[in-house]
Design a protein around this ligand. Structure first.
Ligand code: ZN
Length: 339
């Protein structure tokens, strides 16, 4: 089968890889219908994370072609969505809603879903079948549920978004934009998107942003305070993962408010004394997307939400290198790869 391999930072190759096979009786094999390039794939692409001839990709939707002997709830022919961590969905951590930290969690990135087929560990726990075969126009949205929608949604839930709340979103990548969408669905009164890019500001407004702040850093924080009577937002979603974005999120939050951080943290160090006096709640981490998948699939299936709009470039799998370039150069927010 064809699959994406990152040989070294900045070097993407689409080449023949061995077809995956059932290795554990709890595995399934899926034929991938669509996959995509993640903002987090840019960390190794830019040399910020080590990479050496690695298969790439952790987002996927597709059709089950084979199941192991112990798989009982997923069947051959099902159209399925799964998250970027395989999880058994039965351990104590999973049952508490933190499937990305399942005691048997396996990162899908190691298996590489930017490919024609993928092996899915713990298929019964990991995969959620859609009610039927999806119309083609629903596939981008279902694919978004696999990571960026579920991650933005967790950011909003972790930030305790809800009616009566003012929400600020730091980061205008796919996760930040879908954090805006989640905040709208969860009933926030006011949603402030922080973005400097006209096209992303427009999508943020379409997803439910009521205000746009184009300043960042200390100036961005000052603008958020201005817009919130000097107090700061109740709920702030951090969707970048840098020192600047994390501090921007904490400083934009009012005392007693909540920060939901879902940008993968890189070299972030929190000053203890400032954190102490901020009085904010911090919650986040790798989003337990599996917790939200059944509800998100419902909202997509009945066309209440259209998170697939974050894909602004669609390319065939064989052109993955151009997809990575386009995202690296910020010519694209999110690249969908067709198989
Ligand atoms: Zn578990």
């Amino acid at each position: 089968m064809r699959g994406v391999i990152m040989d070294a930072p900045g070097t993407i190759r689409v080449d023949d890889r061995d077809n995956p096979t059932i290795q554990e009786p709890t595995d399934a094999i899926i034929k991938i219908a669509a996959t995509c390039v993640c903002g987090s794939d840019l960390w190794p692409y830019r040399g910020i994370e080590d990479v050496d001839h690695a298969p790439m990709g952790h987002e996927y939707v597709g059709t089950v072609t084979e199941v192991g002997d112990q798989v009982s709830s997923i069947e051959v022919g099902d159209f399925v969505v799964g998250s970027f961590f395989a999880s058994d969905n039965t351990c104590e951590i999973c049952r508490a809603g933190y499937q990305s930290r399942c005691v048997h969690a396996e990162p899908m990135g190691a298996l590489g879903t930017q490919a024609e087929y993928a092996r899915i560990p713990h298929a019964d726990g990991t995969l959620v079948a859609t009610p039927g075969q999806p119309d083609a126009d629903l596939i981008p949205s279902l694919l978004a549920a696999s990571d960026v929608l579920g991650t933005g949604w967790f950011g909003a839930v972790a930030a305790e978004v809800g009616p009566g709340k003012t929400v600020a979103v730091v980061g205008d990548g796919a996760v930040g934009l879908l954090g805006v969408l989640a905040a709208k669905q969860l009933g926030a009164d006011r949603i402030i998107a922080m973005s400097r890019h006209a096209d992303r500001q427009a999508l943020a407004r379409e997803f439910g942003a009521t205000d746009i702040v184009s300043e960042r850093g200390d100036e961005g924080v000052a603008r958020i305070r201005e817009l919130t009577g000097g107090l700061g937002a109740h709920s702030v979603i951090e969707a970048v993962g840098t020192q600047e974005s994390m501090m921007q999120a904490i400083r934009s939050t009012r005392p007693g408010g909540h920060v939901g951080y879902v940008g993968v943290s890189h070299d972030v160090e929190l000053p203890g004394l400032e954190l102490f006096f901020s009085g904010v709640h911090l919650h986040g981490g790798p989003a337990p997307v599996r917790r939200f998948l059944p509800d998100l699939i419902d909202l997509i299936w009945n066309r209440t939400i259209d998170p697939g709009k974050v894909f602004d470039l669609t390319l065939p799998l064989d052109d993955a290198a151009e997809g990575y370039r386009a995202m690296d150069e910020r010519r694209a927010t999110k690249v969908l790869l067709t198989i």
